[in-house]
Design a protein around this ligand. Sequence first.
Ligand code: ADP
Ligand code: MG
Length: 693
Amino acid sequence: MKLSKNFSKKVFNDKVMKKYLPKETYLSLKKSIEFSSPLEPEIASIVASAMKNWAIENGATHYTHWFQPMTGRSAGKHDGFIDLTNGEVEINFSEKCLIKGEPDASSFPNGGLRNTFEARGYTIWDCTSPAFIKDNTLYIPTAFCSYNGEALDTKTPLLRSMEVLSTQAIKVLKFFGVSNVINVTPTVGAEQEYFLIDRKNYENRLDLKICGRTLFGANPVKGQEMDDYYCSRIKIKVADYMKKLDEELWSFGICSKTKHNEVAPSQHEMAPVFESCNVAADHNQLTMEIMRVIAKKNNLACLLHEKPFLMVNGSGKHNNWSLCTNTGINLLDVGKTKKENVRFLVFLCAVIRGVSLYSGLLRMTAASAGNDCRLGGNEAPPAIMSIFLGETITKVLSNISIEKEIFSEDFKNMLITKAKTLPNLLKDDSDRNRTSPFAFTGNKFEFRMLGSSASISMCTTVINLIVAESLEYFVKIFEEESSFENAVVKIISSTVKEHNNIIFNGNNYSKEWEEEAKKRNLCIIKDTVTAAEEYVKEKNISLFEHFNVLTSGECLARYKILLNNYCETILIEAHTMLEMLGKEILPAILEYTKELCDTLNGIEKLKLKNKTIVKDVEFLNFSIENINRNKNELIKSLEEIKNFNKKLDKAKFSRDVILKIMKKLRKSVDDVELMVPKKFLKMPSITDLLHKV
Ligand code: ADP
Ligand code: MG
């Protein structure tokens, strides 16, 4: 009882709505939420009043239109409920305040979409994601658009893609005789990885504070080589953090479900129960914020960067995706009847075809400077797009495509006689492969490329869209073929024939796979600069435009923002390195060198010799020169980049020149770090960072 009592207590949830709204208003709002239909203005006025009353009763003094600009973080301006009218204090929160806000939005990334003379942005209430109270403020989830209606956030395209997918899925379902479905919702469960380190250590590392990752640091004395962290006993301090995190997440209606230690020391994971992808996106954003805040309150720091430490695993975010009808059917789950199982296969094919045709676009949604440090490493899926289906499903699909018969013996054996055990069979099958970037895991797909700090919105938008496009294509086949059976056989066999290449059930980490993938001509994109191109490829723009999810202008803007974010991230990292070098690292090495020289002088005064100290001084001296050489090279390159005007040129220069010098510079420092005593080099080492909590 007590456990569930606080769940969702800070949320304007169903129970609260029922209590605070007249029945008719409640039903009308509920309908809008469930079917994403527009809300009548008079309803909004009643909802606004109820929401305000509830919020104030629960301690809120302000409200904010909460939105997700393309910064990767959320934003909002806080307005007080209180107002002055003719010198009298009154509470003011009309339906206008609820529905629409006009933040001065000129300072958010817009990729050139807004001229300054029309710099106003609009936030528009998204009633499908519930409002909540945080820090005495009523948070109203909103979409963020420009004066001309162009999307300036991650939510707008997501909402658009959900509608598109629902429409196409309903059309396909009609061919299966399912006509009572009014809405199909993509569902997402976002598993979140993170590091937890000591706060004081964090505060003493400028690189972690500014960039989220260590830019210097020799190998830790112990990493993950013993395989002894994954799912190991959770330390008391971490357990305490996780408990507080759970309680806080639950109070916001986020059903945090699973927690465990991850592969690297001080690395952990939280998995919530899945929900509608839009709510899941908002909740994941909120989760990341809460993770950081609770860590700070507990003298810890939560790192959400994709690769905070070079020599141990980085952190990802697994996007578990499926489709659910308003009648409660998971369309990626096997059913009880033949027809249900054929339906399952058709929806499965829609995903396979979509990912195969638009693998570059999907890969792009995971691209960032941070994730470039992680993808392709040993822990993360490589930067090659492929799909894991498991042997069972792969066999069923290929048999159908060979026999041209949907209810073949084999299929019957597989799907009918084993109907009860099949879901387990599929799950077992899928559990064997953890290396695939896009894996079928029994009743959902899991996209594993996403970085830990990323919003799930863009990748979910793209998955929704590419599946919608396949479903639209399948609808045509259903319409053109002479029978239902023929259509299904055509759908499955053409998917197998044309998209077999992307299916790979083996080990994605193996060297052979890279070779094989090249032969198969699969999408291999290693960095963000290359990935960004996907935004401006004609084929992808057509897809976005066809479904009115993004215009070509909006695609171009996002392309520029992605390149800009990439480039600026690297520049900030480079400047952080220089600051650390100048203010901490080089002075420390020099001071230690001086101390050794003084010691040596003392020894020589006694007419003694010490070859080891001489050797140490030699090495320190060599290192200082080496570091300075690399430092100067970096400074020069930071001047050089100013000569480029185009975002693409800047980004390429960052990737090809600046990053490489940074790597060299790091090595020259790491090589000498362990020689310098803590007395001089006060910055915590990687060992300190990974093993202090
Ligand atoms: P694992 O991936 O470790 O095997 P689970 O299968 O239990 O773990 O689930 C992982 C994540 O997938 C959880 O966040 C869960 O809520 C989510 N998930 C489960 N079913 C669905 C679904 N139908 N749609 C979207 N996400 C789902
Ligand atoms: Mg998983």
